[in-house]
Design a protein around this ligand. Structure first.
Ligand code: 5MM
Length: 338
């Protein structure tokens, strides 16, 4: 296998969401992977991070359902046990490497409690370096929260502007930008509030992308689902989440975006799969592919099965493959449960 047939950014974007495929978000920064490792009592060393990522990437058959993997800078520079660089190991399986380009969500001046994602300085040069290291796509995550008057229009617009600047630089430099405006699911807000905020944010993001002349055929959108806040006393059921999410995206996402790849956002593995499945099972006339770009919802069981021990490598891989397979089915609306 190779990726030589992907000769344009449109080809790359479409390959990432080919039928039954989605994306593994394995781009946890060093601080975030520390939280994941803390949960299984594994020390956050460079060797453990490398071993864990190698477990995921060498799982036999993951390429059936994983079209691409988002990597952190350190991982893109690492190699497997046999000395093959991870980007090459993945390409040999037909899996596309992507790179997390943002430098994290930082306090937004003048807006207490809100953040704007940083990382635009020097981005053109970093894109060129990552292209040289084998990346074909990228990711930038904006973080928006709901509650106590949040989000402000100022926060929405600052993040939309940064996402659009990032996307334009990626396209110019030869990477497919994944545009990720994440509205956190924390809080006691209703699904109606989630719908309204998601609608407002996506409207602002697509206006900014248009202003920055970003060709929508060359991007993927990575959003939250429209869902009740985790502390809301009334939790919308699977069918309602699917219907509200699709309705919100029909109103805001242009038809020439090739794919929408959801984040899981702290939902359980099974809820993330069930929600995605219901969207695809209940709608056959969508203009974009609806698939996944999950971090926690693809990795939670694998981490628990592995717990940092080499003798559990196969158990960890099996757990990951099960989630990949079920989410691949959900991307086609054919998931039948666990
Ligand atoms: C995998 O985690 C990604 C990087 O997070 P940090 O910058 O905080 O280290 C993160 O962007 C992730 O891709 C998205 O949040 C989606 O992951 P989930 O777990 O919500 O599906």
């Amino acid at each position: 296998m190779s990726l030589d047939h992907l000769s344009s950014l449109e080809d790359v974007a479409q390959a990432l969401v080919a039928s039954g495929k989605g994306i593994l978000a394995a781009d946890e920064s060093t601080g975030t992977i520390a939280n994941r490792f803390d949960g299984i009592n594994v020390e956050n060393t460079e060797a453990n991070r490398r071993n864990y990522r190698e477990l995921l990437f060498t799982a036999d058959g993951m390429e059936k359902n994983i079209g691409g993997v988002i990597l952190f800078d350190e991982t893109l520079r690492q190699s497997g046990n046999d000395g093959t660089r991870f980007a090459d190991l993945l390409a040999n399986k037909g899996v596309i490497s992507g790179i997390k380009l943002d430098m994290g969500a930082k306090a937004l001046a003048g807006a207490p409690g809100e953040t704007v994602t940083e990382g635009l300085d020097g981005l053109r040069e970093r894109v060129a370096e990552y292209v040289g290291l084998g990346a074909l796509f990228a990711k930038w995550r904006a973080v928006i929260s709901i509650g106590d008057g949040r989000p402000s229009a100022y926060c929405i617009n600052a993040n939309a502007h940064a996402l659009a600047r990032y996307a334009a630089i990626c396209v110019e430099g030869g990477l497919v930008p994944i545009v990720e405006p994440e509205i956190l699911m924390d809080g006691d807000h209703t699904i109606e509030t989630s719908f309204q905020v998601t609608h407002d944010v996506l409207t602002a993001v697509f206006a900014a992308l248009a202003e920055h002349r970003v060709p929508l055929e060359q991007i993927l959108l990575k959003p939250n689902m429209v869902i009740s806040g985790y502390d809301c006393p009334v939790q919308a059921d699977v069918a309602t989440v699917a219907a509200q999410t699709v309705d919100c995206f029909r109103q805001t996402v242009p038809a020439n975006v090739p794919g929408i790849v959801f984040l899981s956002g702290g939902q359980s593995e099974i809820s993330s799969t069930a929600h995605l499945n219901a969207m695809n099972a209940d709608h056959s006339d969508l203009p974009w592919a609806l698939s996944f770009s999950y971090g926690r919802a693809l990795q939670a069981s694998a981490l628990k099965a592995w717990v940092g021990k080499s003798e559990n490598l196969v158990a960890g891989q099996q757990a990951f493959l099960i989630r990949a397979k079920h989410n691949g089915a959900a991307a086609q609306g054919t998931y039948v449960g666990e």
